[in-house]
Ligand binder design. Structure first.
Ligand code: GLV
Length: 300
């Protein structure tokens, strides 16, 4: 079986993925894009990590696109993605666990005011604030997929009052007033783009914390900055941005109430994800059922 492996990868990352995938499926031939194009009629599937648009063009026998990323918004936005080829998301247990850890860390730090203590340290200020109990803090997790559910469960273990929201479930507005901590783990679709806007921020309790672990385009940046500057939002923890890397002159970089991560809240772990991808590739080869298929019209 000839397979294309490509995507937006750091130097050396392609080789790491190739080695992990080849160890899990030694009988396959793992090709980069030039090699795949040279054997275009034999390439049956592509394993991709957030590939640049056009990466899947020119492969007429493609029968599966297996993403190494959980979020497939960029992949689906590629107008050259063959329309009838199934696309599978990555559901990597190690990545899900890492995301739950990041969500838990942000919740703990927001609840206990540890970001405020870090600001005071930078000023050389010794000052204690009141300590609240976990059961006094409402946490709202937007998105109830693999990651949203794992994060909510992990946070609930520590005694927080956790609610989960999914877009096709109950209305969001009544939940916002209790959410001292709002965690976004929604997929990016036309229906969720810009959901975190001025209206939503205004409905949160004063000084709430906003944690964006989904996609940058879920947030209206100007609205978040205005809410932070007005004190309506007390702190934002941001892992994802409209443009990545975040431009050097962006206001988030030096905002005292923004803690940012370089899209590192949860990385796909080749050690576990290779097995997940290979299980689907073997299912394709053997006529079995494919897992984690994206519903393209829905967008995830
Ligand atoms: C990372 O953001 C991913 O979607 O895997």
């Amino acid at each position: 079986m000839k397979l294309l492996l490509c995507g937006q990868m750091e130097a050396g990352e392609w080789q790491v993925w190739r080695d992990a995938l080849a160890a899990a499926m030694p009988e396959a031939q793992w090709l980069d894009r030039p090699a795949a194009l040279a054997a275009a009629d034999e390439v049956q599937a592509a394993v991709v990590a957030n590939p640049p648009p056009g990466s899947l063009q020119g492969l007429p026998r493609l029968r599966l696109v297996q993403s190494l990323w959980a979020g497939v918004d960029r992949l689906l936005a590629d107008p050259t993605l063959p329309p009838d080829v199934p696309v599978a998301r990555m559901v990597d247990p190690a990545m899900t666990a890492a995301m739950a850890e990041t969500a838990l860390w942000a919740t703990l730090a927001l609840h206990r005011g540890f970001f405020a203590y870090a600001r005071r340290q930078a000023r050389g200020e010794w000052r204690v604030h009141a300590q609240r109990r976990a059961d006094e803090i409402g946490v709202l997790v937007l998105g109830q997929g693999e990651m949203g559910r794992a994060a909510a469960a992990r946070i609930a273990q520590l005694g927080y009052r956790v609610q989960g929201w999914r877009r096709d479930g109950s209305p969001l507005a009544p939940l916002l007033g209790q959410a001292q901590v709002l965690i976004n783990l929604l997929p990016l679709t036309p229906a969720t783009r810009g959901l975190l806007d001025a209206k939503l921020f205004a409905a949160l309790p004063p000084g709430a914390g906003v944690v964006n672990l989904g996609r940058g385009a879920h947030v209206v940046d100007a609205d978040l900055l205005a809410a932070l500057n007005a004190g309506a939002i007390g702190q934002a923890v941001l892992d994802v941005f409209h443009q990545e890397p975040l431009p050097a002159d962006h206001a988030y970089w030096r905002h005292p109430r923004v803690t940012l991560l370089p899209h590192a809240a949860a990385l796909t772990d080749p050690r576990s994800a290779a097995a997940v991808a290979v299980a689907n590739l073997r299912a394709l080869r053997d006529g079995g059922a494919l897992a984690h298929l994206v519903q393209r019209p829905r967008g995830y």
